[in-house]
Every structure is written in C-alpha cells, then in structure tokens.
Design a protein around this ligand. Structure first.
Ligand code: MSP
Length: 637
C-alpha cells in the first residue's frame, strides 16, 4: 500500500466550469478512485483561484464586490463537481485564511533566504492568463494564448530569483525524465529554460485584490505565486509538527499552464527547501471545430448540458448519463494530443463501447440465464474456461500499469479488451449448446470476468459500477478475489440503451445538429417534465432586430437572417421559416431569439442563435415578437 496525492489546477472563478475544467477534474478523479481501489492512502485536491486583476475586473463589471463574486462562483465549481460525482478530499480556495497564511509564510521564507528582492518591473502583461510576457513572445503584439492585447506594466515590484534555478531545473529534467509527461512537453519546457530564465516579478502595487506581501503592505502577491502554493497550503505547510505526509504529489494540468507548473513551481519549492512534485502530467485541449474550447472564444460545452443531453436522448437516469460522459471524456479526451469535442464523437464512443460492448454483454449473459431459468451459478474447479481468467489477468496487468502511469485512457482500453473478448467468446462457445456443469462453469467464468471489468471501470463510472454490483449481488469494490457464487437480479433493464441515429433534414430543424436522435418525446400536447427556475434561467432569450434576410441557396425553408442583438453584437441566425415568410417582409421586425445555443451549421451556414416560432394550423411557423419596441438585445424574463 502506498500513498498518492493528486491535484487539479485551481480554476479561475471568472468563468463557470465547462467541459475543459471538467475534463481535468474527471481525469484526476479517475486516478484518485483507482488508487483508493488498490488500497493506496489517497488525497485528491481541487479548488478555485480567486485573486488577481482579471477577477477584480469581472466582479466590478458585474457590480458586486470581489468577495461576494468569488464566493458565488466558487460554489458553482463545487456544485459542478458534485454533479460529476467528483470524489475530492478537499477543496481549496485562495481567499481562505488557511491559504493566505501559507502564502505569506512562504514569501517570508524566500525573502529571508534572499530569493526575493526589490526592483522595478517593465514589461507586458496579459490579465486573462495573469502572465508576464517578453516582447519576443507576443504574437502580432498580442497575448500568445488569448490573442488579445496585452498591457505595458511599469511599477516597483519584488522579484523572485528564477534565474538561479535554471541549472537545478535542467538537472531535474535530466535525472527524472518522467518529471513532465508526455515527453513532448518535457522537451518543450526544457527548451524554454535553455533559452535562459529571467527573474520574475512576483508582487504588484496596482492590484489590490490579492494577498498582502508580509514585508511590504503596499504590494500584493502575484496571482500565480499565490495560486501554486495551494498544493501545499491544503496540506498545512508551515504548521508546527506537520510533515505533510502526502507531499510530493502528482499535478494534473492542461498544456497551457505547463511553464508555471514545470518551471516556476519546482523553483519555488527548491527555494523553500521542499521536495519537487512527483510528476506534472500535462494534457492537451478539447477543441470545438478545430479551436480551443474557451470562454473568450465562446465555444463552450457545459458538462451539465452534455450529461443532460445523454440523459434525455437515451432515457437513462442522471447517474448513468454522468458516468457515460465521464467514460467518453477519459477514453476520447485530449490526454496527450488535442481532441475534438462533438456530439458525434460522444455518441460514437457511447454506442461502440457502452451500448454495443459493455451493456450488451451483461444483457446477453443475464438474458440467457433468465431464459434458461438459471438463478445462480457457482465456482467449480473444471478449468475448461481458464482462457477467460488468463485474458482477465493479462488485461489487469496492462490496466494497473496504465493507471500507475497516469494513463486512464490506456487503462480503460485494457478493461474493454476483456469485454470484447467475452462478447466474441460468447459467440464462439455457444452457451446454448452447453448444459449441466459446463454451462454453469462458463456462465460463472463470464460473470466473474464481468465483475472484474466492472471494478476496473469503477474509477471512470463509479455509479454504474455500483449499480452493476447490485444487479450481480456482489462486491465490485475489489479488483482481486473470486466470488463463490452469483445469483444476479435477472430483471434488470438494459444498462446503456443504444443511441439510434435518425437523419433529420437540416431544413426542418433549425439549430440542432444535422443528425439528431428522436427519442421518446412526450406526446404532442403533453407537458414536458417540470424544471427548476435555475435551469430555465440558463436560457438566454433576447429581442433581436432583423437587419437583413436572404434565402439559403438550395433550400425552400431556410432563411439566413442578420440580426442585431444590441450589447451581444450582430449575429447570423438560420431559420426554417422560408415557406411562410419572404425575406423582404422580415427586415425591420423584432423577434425573439435564444442567444446562447451552441452555434450549428445548417446547409453549410453557421447559425448563432435560434428564433422562436409557433406552428400554426397550416403547419407553418409564426414568428414570436414583443409588444412595444424594446431595444435590440433586451433580455426576456
Ligand atoms: N488558475 C489557473 C491555474 C492555477 S493552478 C495553480 C488557471 N485556471 S483556468 O481556469 O484557466 O483553468 C485552466 C485549466 O482548465 C487548464 O490547465 C486545463 O486543465 C483546463 N482547461 C481549460 N480549457 C480547456 C480545454 N479547452 N480543454 C481541456 N482542458 C482545458 O489556469
């Protein structure tokens, strides 16, 4: 039994959790759950990064004080992680006194040992990533990450002697080539350091929303210096008699914050006389239509929307939908390279792995037992089906080695290889041709293997695994140790119903993807299930003024509208209203638009919103509008 400490980045609270932050958190959760499964003493930390110029700016735009703002936003992260069944042991916030104390203590230690000194900072700063850039790092004069303007900062500042750690850092990478994975990122950070490290400004006089520097109250601590220390403040660094038994840990991050974690943080730790992290695991980005998914671009997928989409489309409960989303993210996510996030990718993985392979196998075995009136099967010593246990043992080795190397994707592929094998085996061995002891032995071997697979999948799908444990009436919290007999619940409905694709003409379905599923929708006049106000309030309905309209080529129904949404700017909305309206009669009308739907391409034209219409008796749409003449962009409540 060992000890395992895993962390996520602490997320900025200027934006709500999205599929990107959800990915890192699910990734870390799977690692933590695996280590608990094999009996390691595990500590899993996540949290929120709440200081800095950008947070202050966003709070003031919202017209509330920064503390109230960060309290509200930090709660949203906690709620999202509860929804995604994240099993973190602690949640650190950089505005907590326990963290502020540690930051001040660490600053003191570094000031006293001469690694922090006073100077003047002149240079470029991007407040969105709260990072200083050299002139040569800017792209067309803009931030290389956000592509937005940077500001020139010139002020008195304390500096950290980063340059002093150039050689020790290069030595670290040399002596521990696994310090940063994957290897491409190690090379990236090594060459960054080889270009020469300069001392870095670590305090600001112009950013009041930060932790006061203990030896000069005119300064606050640079937000990254503050944030990185969360990994040890949560462990109680500096407390008397606290040896921080979990330190050092594994940091999971996105590739965008490699420099801070693989170069700045270890240097800070060296200065504090503490061990460097065990490992920095840097994954890639989720892309949407080829671009990084991010708030500034506005192409965000929310984890709630994705899980609810699964839930509603294939009619499963929330536990199952969340687990399917977690599984998809871990198997198809940007673990090494960037990956595309789309509903198509999601349903492909769902059908192939969860519906056709995993769910189907359980359904087949249990269905067969039910048909044959076999209520229970028990362990025997026949050995006729030992091939199954050999395959399981082999997959378990691969699985463990993958998880021990922070590779959940590899681990899940190993687990699924057993499922694929069993499905083939079931076809080849034809259980319906067996009887008596042979049949008992085969079904037992299959259920035992299925039980192990379920345990193997539990770090990714904790709720589904628990549910299967209840169906099989056995303990799935163990990877090893055989169950004496199985008497499963034979009346369980299928686990992952297949997603059935139905081509819907893009002409008739404005703003939904061109291929959608028609699931069991309530009958035409039936009321949809009740929802909370919070859910409704997420729909951003606005008044839009139509400025131009033209037909989409080769379509009778689709009209491309250019609409003015006031403060939200001008947009293109493609709508299936062409049988009812002529483009020229639409210009100048004020309509109602859902402004925050994911943009979709309809007949090759990107639609950035959906208008509201009611179908008349003739089956044609009638546009909704508003009394009076509210300004374009007015919110509808
Ligand atoms: N607050 C800093 C981190 C401080 S850690 C001491 C920060 N926060 S962040 O909110 O911007 O979150 C960054 C992390 O969110 C990324 O490193 C990554 O883990 C995750 N992601 C954000 N967008 C992402 C994608 N589009 N794709 C995958 N993950 C991404 O930086």
């Amino acid at each position: 039994m060992g000890r395992y400490y895993v962390t996520t980045p602490i997320y900025y609270v200027n934006a709500e959790p999205h599929a990107g932050s959800a990915y890192t958190t699910i990734f870390a959760d799977a690692l933590a759950r695996y280590h608990r499964l094999v009996g390691d003493e595990t500590f899993f930390l996540t949290g929120t990064d709440e200081h800095g110029q950008n947070i202050m700016k966003v709070a003031s735009e919202r017209g509330i004080n920064p503390q109230a703002f960060v309290d509200e936003m930090s709660d949203k992260f906690k709620q999202a992680w509860t929804f995604l069944r994240i099993s973190n042991d602690d949640f650190i916030r950089t505005t907590q006194p326990r963290h502020e104390r540690v930051v001040q203590h660490a600053m003191d230690v570094m000031y006293k040992n001469g690694d922090i000194y006073l100077g003047t900072y002149n240079g470029w700063y991007c407040s969105k990533c709260e990072t200083f850039y050299g002139e040569n790092e800017l792209v067309d004069g803009n931030c290389p990450i956000h592509h937005t303007p940077v500001e020139f900062v010139s002020e008195e500042s304390y500096f950290f002697k980063w340059s002093k750690y150039q050689e020790p850092l290069l030595d670290l990478y040399k002596s521990n080539p696994e310090f940063v994975v994957p290897n491409t990122r190690l090379n990236e950070i090594r060459s960054f350091i080889e270009r020469g490290l300069k001392d870095i400004s670590v305090t600001r006089t112009s950013v009041p929303w930060g932790i006061t520097v203990p030896f000069n109250s005119h300064h606050t601590v640079y937000v990254w210096f503050d944030a990185l220390l969360n990994y040890i403040s949560a462990l109680g660094y500096g407390e008397e008699n606290n040896e921080m038994k979990f330190w050092p840990g594994v940091h999971l991050i996105g590739k965008d914050i490699l420099r801070h974690h693989a170069a700045m943080w270890p240097a800070m730790l060296m200065s504090l006389g503490l061990p460097v992290p065990k490992k920095v695991v840097a994954h890639g980005w989720w892309l949407v239509s080829g671009q990084k998914m991010s708030k500034s671009i506005g192409n965000i997928f929310s984890p709630y929307d994705l899980a609810n989409h699964i839930k509603d489309t294939v009619n499963v409960n929330e536990d199952t939908a969340v687990d399917a989303l977690r599984y998809f993210m871990l198997v198809a996510g940007p673990q090494k390279d960037d990956a595309d996030l789309s509903l198509e990718a999601l349903w492909n993985v769902y059908n192939a792995d969860l519906a056709n392979d995993f769910g189907n196998l359980l359904h087949r075995v249990i269905g067969f037992m039910k048909k044959k009136n076999i209520e229970s099967v028990h362990k025997t010593t026949g050995g006729r089906f030992s091939r199954i246990s050999e395959v399981v043992a082999d997959a378990l080795i691969k699985y463990r080695s993958a998880f021990e190397n922070e590779d959940p994707q590899g681990a899940l592929i190993a687990a699924m290889s057993i499922v694929k094998f069993l499905n083939d085996y079931q076809d080849k061995e034809k259980p319906w041709s067996l009887s008596g002891d042979d049949l008992n032995e085969m079904l037992y071997a299959e259920l035992e293997a299925f039980k192990v697979v379920t345990a193997m999948l539990s770090p990714a799908m904790p709720s589904v695994s628990k549910q299967i444990g209840e169906t099989l009436r056995c303990d799935i919290s163990l990877l090893f140790g055989e169950t004496a007999a199985f008497s499963p619940d034979l009346n369980e409905p299928p686990l992952f119903p297949r997603y059935k694709e139905e081509k819907v003409s893009s002409d008739t379905e404005p703003n939904v993807s061109e291929t959608v599923t028609k699931k069991d929708e309530p009958a035409k006049d039936e009321q949809k299930p009740l929802i909370e106000y919070d859910l409704f309030s997420q729909v951003d309905l606005r008044v839009a003024l139509i400025e131009a309209a033209e037909r989409v080529p080769k379509s009778d129904k689709l009209i491309k509208l250019s609409v003015d949404l006031g403060p939200l700017g001008k947009r293109t909305v493609v709508a299936g209203i062409g049988l009812k309206y002529q483009p020229e009669e639409l210009v100048g009308r004020r309509i109602i638009v859902v402004a925050n739907l994911q943009p979709r391409k309809l007949m090759g034209v990107l639609s950035e919103g959906m208008l509201l219409a009611a179908t008349g008796e003739d089956g044609l749409p009638n546009l909704l509008s508003c009394d009076g003449n509210p300004e374009p962009g007015t919110r509808i409540k």
